[in-house]
Design a protein around this ligand. Structure first.
Ligand SMILES: Cc1cc2nc3c(=O)[nH]c(=O)nc-3n(C[C@H](O)[C@H](O)[C@H](O)COP(=O)(O)OP(=O)(O)OC[C@H]3O[C@@H](n4cnc5c(N)ncnc54)[C@H](O)[C@@H]3O)c2cc1C
Length: 282
């Protein structure tokens, strides 16, 4: 278990808020913004969900105190989505309201397809009251084109990613080439009719496409941002920052890192070697 913990450190900023703040300070010094994620998901009891809510409320107090530039990202199954919809809504509303008090922003991550519709339902409800909350769309899902159309109508802030969960072929695109093509189609919709899209990918082809599309359509660099995951292709995003693009790093921290870590490993077999190499370097 100790070995695994050390391996996970490649992708996770540490266990405590202090660890996370230290990591974000380093990123901020390099011109990179952050979004902090208190690791946790698939919560089945209210006690654990209540603790997660408190952790986010504390985090949203700690961010302005420390002076770091960071949003928060969270998962609804951590807030009780699988326990009770109303309870989950109340929990997330408390967090978004606290963020609003501090002029901050909360992004709701998108989880596996059994949660997609309920996550969107809660998001739409939140948007009636709050404008400091955003959502995520996964390019591998067939439904995403219609979701982007609907989200653009309410001027929702969308983070676009490929999607990290194992989904059945009936509902999700399987070939990387086709996922990439759909990513581009959705990104174009977000650039044309959406508000401040976040392009969340480490894929060179998609990063290049975004730069070229924005330049050829006179889209100013403050009208969108690139996002990446802590520990992945850091140099690429440092370069983008130096070129004058807005870049935000997703910084997970906490003790419940295993599901997040396994998703990162599953995405790329090379990651197994990547973490192993980092482990032996230490
Ligand atoms: C900020 C952010 C937030 C996200 N939020 C969500 C979410 O809410 N829901 C969700 O389902 N998914 C989310 N994801 C994950 C996403 O859906 C993908 O699973 C993940 O980003 C991998 O896809 P990719 O587009 O980066 O391309 P990939 O095809 O995985 O990678 C593209 C290229 O990146 C490079 N690369 C990838 N990993 C490494 C590495 N470890 N070291 C070196 N190079 C590497 C390689 O060159 C690779 O060819 C998020 C991703 C990001 C960046």
């Amino acid at each position: 278990m100790k070995l695994l913990t050390r391996m996970a450190r490649s992708f996770v900023a540490g266990e405590t808020v202090d660890d996370a703040i230290k990591a974000v300070k380093k990123l901020n010094e390099k011109g990179v913004m952050a979004t902090l994620d208190v690791l946790g998901e698939s919560v089945k009891d209210r006690e654990t969900a209540d603790k997660a809510v408190q952790a986010y409320l504390d985090l949203l107090e700690a961010i302005p105190k420390s002076g770091i530039n960071s949003h928060a990202s969270l998962k609804l199954t951590q807030m009780g989505l699988d326990i009770d919809l109303e309870y989950c809504y109340e929990n997330i509303a408390k967090i978004v309201s606290k963020a609003r008090e501090h002029g901050n922003f909360v992004r709701i991550d998108m989880e596996g397809s059994p949660h997609t519709q309920r996550t969107l339902d809660i998001f739409y409800r939140l948007r009636e009251k709050f404008d400091n909350v955003g959502i995520v769309i996964q390019a591998y899902l067939f439904r995403s084109e219609k979701d982007v159309q609907d989200l653009n109508k309410i001027r929702a802030k969308v983070r676009l990613c490929k999607g990290a969960y194992k989904e059945p072929k009936e509902i999700a695109i399987k070939k990387m080439k086709d996922i990439r093509a759909n990513f581009i189609k959705l990104a174009e919709m977000l650039f044309k009719e959406g508000v401040y899209p976040a392009i969340a990918t480490h894929d060179d082809k998609l990063i290049k496409w975004t730069k070229e599309y924005a330049a050829s359509h006179n889209i100013a660099r403050d009208r969108y941002e690139f996002q990446y995951l802590f520990g992945i292709r850091t140099k690429t995003f440092q370069r983008l920052t130096e070129e004058g693009y807005r870049v935000r790093c997703y910084v997970p921290f906490g003790t419940h890192w295993l599901p997040y870590f396994l998703r990162r490993l599953r995405e790329r077999k090379e990651n197994v070697f990547f973490v192993a190499k980092n482990f032996f370097k230490k």
